[in-house]
Design a binder for this molecule. Structure first.
Ligand SMILES: [Zn+2]
Ligand SMILES: [Zn+2]
Length: 387
């Protein structure tokens, strides 16, 4: 089965929405125009419920099937753009300097709107579909804000599915994997505290520059010597700040960086060892370390049976050869992880073709992917909720 006919028919209309959203990028929770646009469309399709203001600017709509009672399944798209100056040169380029849709959330939102229009027309399923539009995926935790507002419980959502475009995967192809698919992204700050003094009298100081150098090197042993090489972890010290003059040993040095992991156990381990190593090394030199460790998005973990279902849908649409069922996990992070912690489901990649990479100023979502995305959502609804 190739793409659904109705999905192809909707392509031009959906591409029009997509280009409108691309021209009007908004950041984080401030997606006021975008969420108003989404809610207006969902109302015009005749969705049974359209609720706005969830997680500040999120939107959820319910579409009831006409094949009887059944579960409620959630499909999620993200709506926010990035603080990047667009250089793509496309006709529908951003009208707002310094902001652009460089991650394709304009495409995700439009494809899910297209699927909502289709599903509201046909309603060929039992139970209900909840279409979920979240703000603040790009570092703001919009999914968590929506979950805290209780939409999953309120609408009785039992499973959740998400989709992200992926440059480099050909248009019309899909990829996903069971288990960890995106990394946890944590950040840390280590303050190395010594005792400053004259640079010519180091013996009466406790040198935080020297201590911090040892800490930076020792932290690399978390990945290289303490973690199973098949259980990925990245520990990056990205900034180091300390000292003002070449003849003064400062009192303190501050390090900041990020930790990326693909398993909750590795994440716990890396957090613990980061602290032990920084404290242990500084204690050795007579100083001390104060650590603040900030947990960001968790690991995005796909559930096995929901991933199998998603893979079956992709193979139906694109054929076996166009579906990668064991794509390598990405070390980037994804807010949808919070929804997958709450309910079983799967996060999948849809091919964006040979475009610039995500978060690049030349990037543009590929409108040719639209019928594939809509077909995926609609077929998933009609299969998971077959009467
Ligand atoms: Zn992004
Ligand atoms: Zn994204």
């Amino acid at each position: 089965m190739p793409v659904l006919n109705r999905a192809s028919e909707l392509q031009d209309e959906v591409a029009g929405w997509r280009r409108y959203l691309h021209e009007n990028p908004e950041l984080l929770y401030d997606v006021f125009k975008t969420s108003a646009f989404v809610a207006e469309k969902l109302n015009s399709f005749g969705c049974d419920v359209v609720e706005t203001g969830i997680g500040r600017t999120g939107v959820v709509a319910i579409i009831m099937g006409n094949r009887g009672d059944g579960p409620v399944i959630g499909f999620r798209a993200d709506m926010d753009a990035l603080p990047i100056e667009e250089t793509s040169g496309v006709e529908w380029g951003s009208k707002t300097p310094g902001k652009m849709h460089a991650c394709g959330h304009d495409g995700h939102t439009s494809m899910l709107l297209g699927a909502a229009k289709y599903l509201a027309e046909t309603r060929n399923f039992k139970g209900s579909i909840a279409v979920i539009f979240q703000p603040a995926e790009e570092g703001g935790g919009g999914a968590l804000a929506m979950l805290k507002d209780g939409f999953v419980e309120k609408f009785g959502i039992e499973q959740v599915y998400g989709m992200h475009n992926f440059p480099g995967i050909p248009v019309g192809e899909f990829a996903t994997r069971s288990g960890s698919i995106m990394a946890a992204a944590d950040s840390f700050e280590i303050e190395i505290i010594g005792r400053g003094g004259h640079a010519a009298q180091p013996h009466v100081t406790i040198d935080p520059v020297l201590m911090s150098s040892h800490v930076v090197i020792a932290l690399q042993s978390i990945a290289s010597r303490e973690t199973d090489p098949l259980r990925s972890v990245v520990v990056t010290v990205a900034t180091t700040h300390g000292g003002e003059a070449c003849n003064v040993i400062p009192n303190t040095v501050k390090l900041t960086g990020t930790v990326r992991t693909l398993l909750p156990e590795t994440r716990d381990f890396a957090e613990r060892r980061l602290s032990e190593i920084a404290k242990g090394i500084t204690a050795t030199f007579g100083g001390r370390a104060e650590i603040s460790y900030d947990r960001g998005y968790p690991v995005t973990i796909n559930h096995e049976s929901e991933t199998e279902l998603a893979l079956g849908i992709m193979r139906k649409i694109s054929g076996d050869g166009a579906v990668d069922d064991a794509v390598a996990p990405m070390m980037g992070a994804e807010d949808f992880a919070y929804m997958l912690e709450k309910r079983p489901g799967a996060f999948v990649f849809i091919g964006n073709g040979k475009t610039a990479n995500l978060h690049h100023s030349d990037y543009d979502f590929n409108d040719e992917a639209i019928p594939y995305g809509i077909s995926y959502w609609v077929t998933l609804a009609e299969t998971a909720l077959a009467a």
